[in-house]
Design a protein around this ligand. Structure first.
Ligand SMILES: [Zn+2]
Length: 406
């Protein structure tokens, strides 16, 4: 690495990241670091047992114009290196990757199939993907399903467009999947209009409640960094205001913004306040950080729970994340309408399009009917509700720990 790059890395680590935040970091990386320096920066963050894979990648160089034939044999080597990390080939065959990435969702593929698929990628994408894969495999070889979204997580913010291309064409994955048409569109952020920066609340108490809720989201968001799930696709929301049970104003829903890393939320811009008056939806917050695409499902859940009697009206918080252990559990019992987690039967609902009132309706109904504050939705993930966010998040962690011990 050149002296100039090293100097920049030092400045980046010591000053820009701590004081300048994510935007500055991205700008500096883009402006001043060569692809190789960038890659070495990532390499510095890795653990010892991943170095073999990285050595192979490093030997490829990072120029997209690289010789395709040389790349392919190197990829086979990477596949072998990853299999070794797992213990042996048979297990690698059994491990499946759910293709649940950015806007696309479809079935799953084995690691061997994934390796074949990787051959179509440009090298920088490949480097990041392999890094994520080896990290996932090393951390917990027992989990069978890894969300491809998480596998690509290193790229989500750096190269979103390149990532999107990977799964845009169903034909690309046709050879690996029985049902290539089973590709569903997932939208991360809702295209709602921004009505202003601060919500014109009815009282100072509501204003304070909104701020406290945003701070709670930031705190719990930080804790999600250690969890096995996509950091982007976590949705937290809370119902604020006295009008929820009656369906009238004042009603506000603070919800996390789409396309944001929930382990590093900015307050208040990443926690917009959604309102719906006379059928008109809008939000207050940052014009560039629209609310999660789950607003309608979460709004409906808040509405139904508020009107479901004293046991539920206090459950104002919702926590949703693509926790891969729970998605895996739901998938293993895909024929059952409920699954056992610890000493509880948890509803395991059929897939419904995300972000729809129907989804919210079905989750809320399952919760109240089965007296369960957690519900799994097949091929999607779990929803937790509680009187406060800390409790909802803790229930999620307890469920994950219980499932891992099974
Ligand atoms: Zn989701």
């Amino acid at each position: 690495m050149g002296v100039l790059s090293k100097t920049w890395l030092l400045i980046l680590d010591k000053f820009i990241i701590p004081f300048g935040g994510e935007m500055a970091r991205k700008w500096v990386r883009k402006r001043f670091l060569t692809p190789r320096a960038l890659f070495q920066l990532q390499e510095g963050e890795l653990q010892e047992h991943q170095r073999r894979t990285l050595e192979i990648l490093n030997s490829l160089g990072l120029r997209p114009a690289n010789n395709r034939a040389a790349t392919q044999s190197a990829i086979s080597e990477i596949g072998i290196a990853l299999s070794e990390l797992l213990g042996h080939d048979a297990e690698a065959e059994n491990r499946r990757f759910g293709i649940n990435f950015l806007q696309r969702y479809t079935g799953d593929m084995t690691i061997v199939e994934l390796m074949r698929y990787l051959q179509k990628m440009d090298l920088r994408t490949l480097a990041s993907v392999v890094k994520s894969v080896s990290k996932e495999l090393c951390e917990d070889p027992a989990v069978r399903l890894i969300s491809t979204r998480d596998v690509f997580s290193g790229l989500v913010q750096q190269a979103e467009v390149a990532c999107q291309k990977l799964l845009q064409d169903a034909n690309l994955i046709k050879q690996y999947l029985d049902h290539p048409k089973d590709v569903r569109v997932y939208q991360e952020a809702s295209p709602l209009g921004c009505k202003g920066i601060d919500a014109p609340t009815h009282s100072v108490a509501e204003q304070r409640e909104i701020r406290e809720a945003q701070m709670q989201m930031k705190r719990v968001g930080r804790d999600t960094a250690r969890q096995r799930c996509s950091r982007t696709h976590i949705v937290m929301s809370v119902a604020i205001g006295s009008g929820w049970a009656s369906g009238r104003s004042p009603r506000y829903m603070v919800i996390t913004a789409g396309n944001t890393d929930k382990s590093n939320l900015l307050i208040p811009s990443h926690t917009p306040v959604v309102v719906c008056e006379d059928g008109q939806w809008g939000y207050y917050g940052d014009p560039d950080a629209g609310p999660s695409s789950e607003i309608r499902s979460h709004w409906t859940m808040h509405e139904r729970l508020a009107g479901a009697g004293p046991e539920w009206s206090g459950c104002r918080w919702i926590f949703h994340a693509h926790l891969v252990d729970l998605i895996d559990l739901s998938r293993r019992h895909s024929l059952l309408s409920s699954v056992r987690i610890g000493d509880r039967d948890v509803p395991n609902l059929d897939w419904t399009l995300h972000g729809t009132p129907t989804l919210g309706e079905q989750i809320a109904q399952a919760m109240t009917q089965h007296s369960s504050r957690v519900v799994l939705v097949k091929e999607h993930g779990p929803w937790f509700v509680a009187p406060d966010l800390g409790t909802a998040f803790q229930s999620a962690m307890d469920a994950v720990n219980t499932v891992r011990q099974l």
